[in-house]
Design a protein. Structure first.
Length: 297
């Protein structure tokens, strides 16, 4: 009994000191040392290819695609990144990582980016058409210009009566009512002709892939058609229609009309120069045959 109690107290004392009776005198356990961590090379590479002086070419895309990570940016998010969601009109915008390198190309038939700016009054409009045509046409892309177009056409038609020697003498020798009827008829005829020319140009532009509105196209077409011929009309009051200077001025005004019409169609309908010129070609031919050649001849 006494011997067993002494052994029990001795065992409890050894446990308090952190050693068990079985572990006294036994050597500590030996754990095998693990080699230091070394990252595994990508698939297709050997460990010797990581040694200094030994390189090997491999595809970055293949390495990144194996883990689902981009080139050092971690896993791609589940949804579109900030700022690249669907546009307000429902069309998806391109990400800057697209194949075209963050370049957005507008195609005819889609929504055209509107140019900021207020609508021009008639005086700045008439001046800026000749000073800054491209910028003016882009700014007036969604603005109708019926009032300036109708006024310019009516004034041109009323003055065109005095551009011919025969009609000028008839108006001056006729009574007031007859002269007024001739002037009003000429003004109405020029307005109708301008509307028809502009309508044909708009239809051709839409057939060629343009997306401009019909009211700005027709209105600006009328303004361009009649204002470009105004210098020739003014000189025809004092000079004969077969005068060399008047004829040269008439051909120059027709070429100026062709350039401005092409620029207008290009800006309003977002067409390349070739298609814009094709859309304006029929109006220019009709203007040449019906008005220019009879006047210049």
């Amino acid at each position: 009994m006494g011997t067993n109690g002494f052994r029990l107290r001795r065992s409890e004392g050894s446990q308090r000191n952190g050693a068990s009776p079985r572990s006294q005198g036994a050597p500590p356990p030996q754990h095998p040392q693990q080699p230091p961590y070394r990252p595994q090379p990508p698939s297709g590479l050997t460990r010797d290819d990581d040694n200094p002086g030994s390189t090997r070419a491999f595809s970055v895309d293949s390495v990144n695609s194996a883990d689902g990570y981009g080139p050092g940016y971690g896993p791609a998010p589940d949804g579109p990144g900030p700022g690249y969601g669907p546009a307000p009109d429902g069309t998806a915008e391109e990400s800057p990582t697209a194949a075209r390198g963050n370049v957005t190309t507008y195609r005819a038939g889609q929504r055209h980016p509107q140019v900021s700016g207020v609508r021009l009054a008639w005086r700045p409009l008439l001046a800026c058409i000749y000073r800054h045509p491209d910028r003016t046409f882009a700014q007036m892309r969604w603005h109708q210009v019926w009032a300036p177009a109708l006024i310019v056409s009516a004034v041109y038609g009323a003055l065109a009566v005095f551009g011919f020697a025969d009609t000028r003498s008839q108006v001056l020798d006729a009574t007031f009512s007859i002269a007024l009827t001739i002037i009003i008829s000429s003004a109405v005829g020029i307005i109708v002709a301008g509307l028809m020319f502009g309508g044909v140009t708009h239809v051709l532009a839409r057939r060629l892939g343009g997306d401009g509105a019909w009211a700005p196209t027709i209105g600006l077409s009328m303004i361009i058609t009649w204002t470009t011929d105004a210098p020739r009309l003014l000189f025809s009051f004092f000079l004969a229609s077969n005068n060399a200077f008047v004829q040269l001025l008439g051909w120059a005004s027709w070429l100026l009309c062709a350039g401005l019409l092409t620029s207008m169609v290009r800006q309003l309908h977002d067409l390349p120069w070739g298609k814009a010129a094709g859309a304006a070609a029929l109006q220019l031919i009709a203007l040449l045959i019906l008005i220019k050649l009879p006047i210049l001849g």
